[in-house]
Design a protein around this ligand. Structure first.
Ligand SMILES: [Zn+2]
Length: 269
C-alpha cells in the first residue's frame, strides 16, 4: 500500500506530478483496497505417455485463478512485477479510468495507433487502463504508484487484468514434456492424495524430482488389469476431490467397486 499523505504532499510540492498524482488520489476515492480470497486450490494434472502404453504421470499444480487464496496474491505480484517492467521501458505512459462499457471504444483507439495496453479491473468496478499511446492522461514518475494503487484494489475474481499481446504475461512451462505426455484429466485434489489413492489400488508410483522443485509421480497400469478395472481405477482417480457428484456414487463407492473387481479377479485365478 502507498501512503496517501505522501502522495498528497507530492501534489503540493511538484507541479509536474499533478496530473498523475490527481489520478492517484482519484483511485483512492474510487478504489477500495481488495482483500485476498479465502479459498485455496490444490490440483493434480494427470497425463498419459504418448511413447509408452499404460504409463501415466501426475503433477500437483496451482489452479492459477484469481479467486484462490494461494494463486490470487501470487498472480497479483506476478502482474505487478511484469507490468512495472513494461511501463518502465515505455517512453510515455497514459492512464485512463473507465467503466466496462467504455472499454471496447478505447481499446480500438489504442490498437489503431499500434499501442500496447493493460487494464486492471478494481473491486469498485472501475477499470484502470495503461497505454503507451496518447489515450488518457500522460503520467510521469507516478506511473508505478498508480500501478501499485490499482493493484491494491484489484478485483480477485475472474481475469481482472488483461493486456495487449506485447504486454502479456510470459507463459509458464508446463511439466511434463508435451512431446512425450498428453494431458488426460485435471483432478481437483492435491497430488499427495491422488498418489495415495493410486498406491492403495495397487499401483506402484515412483517420484521424480525436478530442478524447479516440482515432483512428478509416474506409474504404470499393471499388465494384469483388465479393461473394467482400468476404467474403475481412472474413474476413482478423477472423482477425487469432487464433492458433489451427479451419480451419487462417490469416491467411496468407486473405491469399493475397485475392491470388488480385485476380489473377482482373485476368484478367477
Ligand atoms: Zn490456486
Amino acid at each position: 500500500m502507498i501512503n496517501v499523505q505522501e502522495v498528497r504532499s507530492r501534489v503540493c510540492t511538484d507541479n509536474s506530478l499533478t496530473a498523475g498524482a490527481n489520478l492517484v488520489t482519484g483511485l483512492f476515492v474510487q478504489g477500495v483496497p481488495s482483500s485476498p480470497p479465502k479459498e485455496r486450490c490444490r490440483m493434480t494434472i494427470l497425463s498419459k505417455s504418448i511413447v509408452n502404453e499404460g504409463e501415466f504421470a501426475m503433477v500437483g499444480v496451482d489452479c492459477g485463478r484469481w479467486n484462490c487464496k494461494k494463486c490470487g496474491p501470487r498472480l497479483k505480484e506476478k502482474w505487478l512485477r511484469h507490468l512495472s517492467a513494461k511501463l518502465n521501458e515505455s517512453l510515455e505512459i497514459y492512464v485512463s479510468q473507465i467503466v466496462r462499457a467504455q472499454w471496447e471504444t478505447l481499446r480500438k483507439r489504442i490498437v489503431r495507433m499500434g499501442g500496447n495496453y493493460a487494464h486492471i479491473r478494481l473491486v469498485s468496478g472501475v477499470w484502470v487502463v495503461f497505454a503507451d499511446v496518447p489515450e488518457g492522461t500522460l503520467v510521469a514518475d507516478d506511473v508505478l504508484i498508480i500501478l501499485q494503487t490499482a493493484m491494491d484494489s484489484v478485483a480477485y475474481d475472474r481475469k481482472p487484468i488483461a493486456s495487449s499481446r506485447g504486454w502479456r504475461l510470459p507463459k509458464n512451462n508446463m511439466v511434463p514434456d508435451k512431446k512425450k505426455w498428453e494431458r488426460v484429466s485435471k483432478i481437483l485434489a492435491p497430488v499427495e492424495e491422488v498418489k495415495k489413492a493410486a498406491v492403495s489400488a495397487g499401483v506402484i508410483v515412483s517420484p521424480m524430482y525436478y530442478y524447479n522443485g516440482t515432483t512428478i509421480f509416474y506409474y504404470k497400469i499393471p499388465v494384469t488389469w483388465d479393461e473394467a478395472k482400468v476404467e474403475a481405477f481412472n474413474l476413482m482417480l478423477r472423482s477425487l476431490g469432487d464433492k458433489e457428484q451427479e451419480t451419487g456414487v462417490g469416491v467411496l463407492g468407486l473405491g469399493r467397486r475397485l475392491v470388488e473387481l480385485a476380489k473377482e479377479e482373485d476368484n478367477q485365478k
